[in-house]
Write a new protein. Structure first.
Length: 136
């Protein structure tokens, strides 16, 4: 395996920002998940996008410093369900495929995303089903 970070292998800041923005666009437009972005001011929405980019850059070994809250605190009280999580995973998969993320990096991203689930899902936890579950 190479000594380069996942951040570098994904293409750095601009690539991660493009993927993040595509994903958030999908999530906001989703009939099930869009409720999490309703009634939010434009400034708050832009700040959230930047925090996501910073978080992903930092988590993949990039030079960004993430100044946001941890995932558990950030998602507490949002009532994100197992069904919401699975819908999110489908959008994440579509975004990664749209940007043709190579399989090795895809698998690392998926493993990282799955590692955040316990901090994000708080309603109706049940058996895992859907996309990405066979890769954990």
């Amino acid at each position: 395996m190479s000594n380069t970070t996942l951040y570098e292998r994904l293409g750095g800041y601009d690539a991660i920002a493009a993927v993040s923005n595509d994903l958030v666009d999908r999530l906001e437009a989703d009939p099930q998940l869009g409720r999490f972005w309703q009634h939010r001011g434009e400034d708050g929405l832009q700040r959230e996008r930047q925090l996501l980019i910073d978080f992903l850059c930092a988590a993949t070994g990039g030079p960004m410093y993430y100044r946001g809250r941890d995932m558990k605190l950030s998602h507490k009280g949002m009532r994100i369900s197992e069904n919401d999580w699975n819908a999110f995973l489908e959008h994440a998969d579509a975004t990664l495929k749209k940007f043709q993320v190579p399989q090795v990096e895809y698998d690392e991203v998926v493993a990282f995303v799955q590692s955040t689930k316990a901090d994000i899902v708080e309603v109706n936890p049940g058996p895992q089903s859907g996309i990405f579950t066979d890769q954990v």
